[in-house]
Design a protein. Structure first.
Length: 552
RNA sequence: AGACCCAUGGUGUAAUUGGCAACACAGCAGAUUUUGGUUCUGUAAUUCUAGGUUCGAGUCCUAGUGGGUCUACCA
């Protein structure tokens, strides 16, 4: 593929493992989402990493739903997650697993710990357990229930499972070290009572394992060789390893990397949820959201997201990626695959004075200059056209290449024009531009010898289709809305992040566009057909603008 | 201020593991262009600080500084 052969630290670890002959059967990774929300670009980084690694080296990646908290999880999320992963272009084949499928094994693991004197049932309430936890620089105190007999613990745990106790009345704790400088080792809770139906196991269970007693064990059950997670789990690793060691199960290895942050947006599920709940966005799949579903509606291609995730790299230091890198990746891909079309977003009438009344001709136009196989289409041309309001200036600066009195300009795929005049209404608003055309300057057969500095896009007034365009901008007004802990990030919400433009003039072929089909609107940017219409009119979402090196 | 982790141009990520600090994005300048797009060329800008080891340190050691994570019956 590319010539750069630089490896990230995880690849280095894997290569060294492989060199030692550790995994003759190949490596195994997993992508372990909790089905309690939608996937975002940060998850995409993890998906691309996990699946990418097993594609590059030999191996397999499991999809595992980490569903140990029935309170927040649902099959609706399971479905959306599966859809997003597939859309990104990854296939977990038959390896679709659920932590809830391991509940029996996990229960056995817990009893094994109890029998080994390494876990105990604690009758203390939440507050007591919290206060006994101690503080960062100071040891905790041991629970009075810490030294119950194995028999009593077994009996109590069995009855917790049987549903004999109320929620919150008892927990199972690992017996480790209340004085450990690592808070996670101070007798962590590993099972809690929850009388609540689970999306897969129904009401079969009254107790559910905690993350620390489910994730690592599931990795082990699946014989995951490299369990990749984000930095905040670094402090959990000693516990992860302790449990594997005491249980004597497959030694999966946890490796942490820095999560993805993007400027001008937020990445946490909780904060994204807040935007939805406050009605600041239309939903999880709003095109402004950094969710996979939002980006899909925005028109980002799977290939561009994958390319982006590969370019950001994998390391352990906190990072904030420039939105411009994402936009670059999107343009890079769309430039190659998006058919060109013409659409006038802010139309003003252009009259070609010397073009015969009633005449029309159909001009050939290539669909994509970057791809000959994309073919061409025909564009209707006539005496009255629409051009972009901003493409005319009465008194232009020297570097303005567009229409102005007395100036020439090329109409893309058509003729060269000479601007002869314009009209404004009483409020000074431009209502019409007038010009003459050079009949022998037609694109492809230009023998006029006239040169024009600029080229404009246009749409024939008579043939134009009407449409609606949704313009999008960054979600927040500042690069790092979370940087100042004294300011609520919602205060930085960009009220102008969504703008609806009506009365857009579209070239006729655009009415046949497929839902989510990407286009480049010439000189404007990349757009996709929205999945829904607006009063019967086609709607297009702006994905990203074209790079614009014309600064005034 | 207990433990753990991190520190390389504006932003990210590399550096054959101790041997001339590079790649991408962004910026700037120019060429090409029937999209002010694409493409191409050029350009500026980098090893947190102080010691130490070494012929040689971005890399190893010590201390400091700065930042992150951790005290949920969430994951």
């Amino acid at each position: 593929m590319s010539s750069k052969e630089s490896k990230n630290f995880i690849e280095l670890i894997i290569e060294s493992d492989l060199a030692e002959g550790k995994f003759p059967e190949g490596i195994k990774t997993r992508f372990p989402p909790e089905p309690n929300g939608y996937l975002h670009i940060g998850h995409a980084k993890s998906i691309v990493l996990n699946f990418g690694l097993t594609q590059k080296y030999k191996g397999t990646t499991n999809l595992r739903f980490d569903d140990t908290n029935p309170e927040t999880e649902s099959t609706e999320y399971v479905e959306s997650i599966k859809r997003d992963i597939k859309w990104l272009g990854y296939d977990w084949e038959e390896r679709e697993y659920y932590t809830s499928d391991y509940f029996d094994q996990l229960y056995d693991f817990a009893t094994k710990l109890i029998r080994g004197g390494l876990a105990y049932v604690d009758d203390s309430n939440t507050e007591t357990i919290q206060s006994q936890k101690g503080a960062v620089g100071q040891a905790g105190t041991e629970s009075p229930y810490r030294n119950r007999s194995v028999e009593e613990n077994l009996d109590l745990f069995e009855r917790m499972k049987a549903g004999e106790f109320q929620e919150g009345s008892r927990v199972l704790r690992a017996k480790i070290d209340m004085a450990s400088p690592n808070m996670h080792m101070r007798d962590p809770v590993i099972y809690r009572i929850k009388r609540m139906p689970h999306h897969r196991t129904g009401s079969r269970w009254n107790i559910y394992p905690m993350y620390d007693f489910a994730h690592g064990q599931s990795d082990s059950i699946e014989e995951i060789t490299h369990s990749l997670c984000t930095l905040e789990f670094e402090n959990h690793r000693p516990l992860y390893n302790w449990l594997i060691e005491k249980l004597g199960i497959y030694p999966s290895r946890q490796i942490e990397f820095a999560r993805l942050n993007l400027n001008y947006t937020v990445m946490s599920k909780r904060k994204l949820l807040l935007l939805v709940q406050k009605g600041l966005v239309s939903g999880w799949d709003d095109p402004r959201m950094p969710t996979i579903s939002g980006m899909r509606n925005r028109g980002y291609s799977p290939a561009s997201i994958r390319a982006f995730c590969e370019r950001v790299g994998i390391a352990k230091r906190d990072n904030v990626i420039d939105m411009s890198l994402l936009e670059f990746c999107v343009r890079e891909d769309l430039n190659k695959i998006a058919d060109r079309r013409m659409a006038v977003l802010d139309p003003v009438k252009l009259i070609i004075e010397n073009y015969p009344e009633g005449q029309e001709e159909w001009l050939p136009a290539e669909n994509n200059p970057e791809d000959d196989s994309a073919g061409s289409r025909e564009l209707p041309f006539s005496k009255e056209l629409y051009i972009e309001r901003e493409d005319f200036m009465e008194d232009p600066p020297k570097k303005f290449f567009r229409l102005a009195p007395g100036r020439n300009v090329r109409l893309k795929h058509a003729y060269i024009l000479h601007c002869t005049g314009f009209e404004r209404d009483e409020k000074g608003r431009l209502t019409e531009v007038r010009a003459t055309y050079y009949p022998d300057s037609r694109s492809g057969s230009d023998i006029s010898g006239i040169k024009a500095k600029g080229t404009l896009h246009w749409v024939s007034a008579k043939h134009a289709a009407e449409g609606v365009v949704h313009m999008y901008d960054r979600l927040f007004k500042v690069p790092e809305p979370l940087a100042d802990k004294n300011v609520d990030f919602l205060e930085y919400f960009n009220e102008e992040s969504h703008r609806i433009i009506k009365g857009v003039k579209l070239e006729p072929s655009l009415t046949e566009a497929q839902s989510l089909q990407p286009f480049q609107f010439l000189r404007k940017g990349y757009f996709v057909r929205n999945t829904i219409e607006h009063n019967g009119l086609p709607v297009f979402n702006m994905t990203v603008g074209l790079r614009d090196s014309w600064k005034k």
